[in-house]
Structures are given as C-alpha cells and as structure tokens.
Design a binder for this molecule. Structure first.
Ligand SMILES: C[S@@+](CC[C@H](N)C(=O)[O-])C[C@H]1O[C@@H](n2cnc3c(N)ncnc32)[C@H](O)[C@@H]1O
Length: 303
C-alpha cells in the first residue's frame, strides 16, 4: 500500500498506516514512529493524541503536504528538517539544512552552563556561543538569563540567518548579537564571563560511516572536526583564554572519547580546574574549565 494520491480523501489512521508502509518498503528505520510524528505534526496534535483523531479526514492541503513529507522521509531526510522545527529545552526552533539539528546532549550543555558558569539568574553577564548554528544555545541562554548580553558567532552566513530568525521568533532579537566570524574573532580581551560551544568535533575519517541522515543532510562544517576531531577546540581554547575575564568559564560539548585530550588542551591553553563531565547516559561529553588568573591573585600585602 502506498500513500493515496493527494486528491483522494484519507483518514488520519489510514494516512499513518500508508506512510509507515511506504517508508518500510524503502527500508527506512523507525517507519511507524516517523509516520506518526509526520501526521501528528500535520494536524497539530501530539503523537499520543493520534489515536483519538484516527477517524478525522485530512483536508486537501494537508494531503498535499503529507505527500511532500512522505517523499522527503522516504529519501531518509531527518524528521526535524522535514517538519521544519525541533524542540530544545521546551522551546520550538525552526530547523533546516542550513544548520545542525539541535540535540538533547546540547540541552545538557546549556543546563550545565547555567548551573556552573551563570548561577545568578539576574546577573549582568557577557556570554559567547561559538558556532551557534540554529542559535539554540545562545537563544536559550538569553531566555534563561534575561540580563545577559549574548554574542553568537558562526562562519556560516546561512546558519546565522536561521539563528537570527529563531531569535526574532523567540523574542530575543535585541539581546543576541550574531556575528559571521571565525571563533571569537574581534572579541575584546578579558571581556567575557563565559564561552559556551558545541563545536564540530567528529573525526574526519569517521564521517563516512555516520548514519546517512546525519552524513548526507546535516552541514559538513557543523560536524567535521578534522583528523582527530579537535581542530576547532585546539584553536578555540587559546582564543577563549584571551576573550574571557580571569575566573570566566569555558564549557564545551565533546566526543565521548575526547575527554583526556581536551582536558590537556584546555589546561595547556591556560584553564584551571578542567573537568570532564558525563551526560545522562554516563558518556563523557562535556568539558569545563576556568580561565586561570595570569598571576596568582594577590592577598593582603605583608610589609
Ligand atoms: C556542531 S554545530 C553546533 C550548532 C549549534 N550550536 C548546536 O549546538 O546545535 C557547529 C557549528 O559551528 C560552526 N563553525 C564551524 N567552524 C567554526 C569556526 N571556526 N568559527 C565559528 N563557527 C564555526 C558551524 O558552521 C556550525 O554551525
């Protein structure tokens, strides 16, 4: 059974089944779940509510949109790109091939940054998100810390355009400054309280073996971290040391085997108390460091 032509009336229940079978016939993983998400989103209900909406008949425009979604899902395009959005920390971000799809572990990075580096909810602080992509980190920080000034950088003008439209949609347009620069290019020395980044960190040789949905659809510049995955972090560490005030924090998302190397990189660059932290699945996915004082802070003089 394939999807009925957009002109033919179809119930929600039949549409889900037809889409699931179409996807199964193309060997697409999780065909039923994808079909349920695609139809639920189309009629603007949660996936759990589909059961009670089963007899509802899809209108003509919805059938046409579903046919378009079916084609894209059958080509193994990621669901979030097909739907055009992804949820991140309870907020909806527009999402398309211009930027990486926001991931749950990056939600953990933001929560860790709030807890360790920005614990005061009303403090006036300056924070940079390096490699902002969809803007999910920068915008979430701006919403959680209303007095923070956020700088969001990316080398992809296309990603920045998406991030800026997300900032407008989520009401943070005036508080996040988007810049198309390399890393922290142009940031004044000693001016930031925190640098948060989910940089590209996948080892180049591993890219070819990634899930097709990632490899063929997400931007290579968002994934490729060079031969050992650490090219961007290697350059970001000294740039962050220069831009942070003494005592300011760096928080990075990293690959699960990269902890020891990143710890060394950050320590050599001038970060103290470097820690590698696990995610909820107990994989070592985050690195945190504090910019050391260039000389030990002076106590009261003895004379
Ligand atoms: C892994 S994605 C992260 C996107 C987003 N922050 C997130 O967590 O979903 C990395 C981003 O860094 C950007 N990028 C890569 N190299 C960069 C550089 N040297 N300076 C600034 N941004 C860079 C890429 O264009 C991409 O948008």
């Amino acid at each position: 059974m394939t999807l009925p032509a957009p002109a033919a009336p179809v119930s929600v229940r039949d549409a889900v089944q037809a889409l699931a079978r179409t996807l199964e016939s193309r060997d697409i993983d999780e065909a039923l779940a994808l079909a349920e998400w695609a139809v639920a989103d189309l009629i603007r209900v949660g996936r759990a509510e589909l059961r009670t909406e089963g007899a509802r008949v899809l209108n003509g425009p919805d059938r046409a949109r579903l046919a378009e979604r079916a084609e894209r899902l059958a080509a193994d395009e990621p669901l979030q790109y097909v739907l055009g959005h992804a949820d991140f920390l309870g907020r909806r971000f527009a999402c398309d091939a211009r930027a990486l799809i926001p991931r749950p572990e990056t939600e953990e990075l933001v929560l860790t940054a709030l807890r360790l580096a920005l614990p005061d909810p009303i403090a006036t602080v300056r924070v940079a998100d390096v490699g902002t992509g969809s803007g999910c980190i920068a915008i979430s920080l701006a919403l959680e810390r209303p007095n923070a000034a956020i700088l969001a950088t990316d080398t992809s003008a296309a990603a920045l355009a998406l991030a800026e439209s997300n900032a407008r949609a989520l009401g943070t347009a005036g508080r996040v400054r988007f810049l198309c620069v390399d890393l922290l290019g142009g940031t004044a020395p000693d001016s930031l309280d925190a640098v948060v980044s989910n940089p590209p960190y996948i080892e180049s040789p591993v890219l070819a073996g990634l899930d097709r949905r990632v490899r063929d659809f997400e931007p290579r510049a968002a994934l490729d971290g060079g031969p050992d995955g650490l090219d961007t972090i290697r350059r970001l560490a000294p740039a962050a040391v220069a831009a942070l005030r003494p005592g300011g924090h760096i928080l990075l998302e990293i690959g699960e085997t990269q902890g020891p190397a990143v710890r060394t990189l950050l320590s050599h660059a001038g970060f103290a108390g470097v820690r590698i932290l696990p995610d909820l699945c107990r994989r070592e996915r985050f690195a945190v460091g504090i910019r050391a004082f260039s000389s030990p802070p002076r106590g009261p003089g003895i004379c």
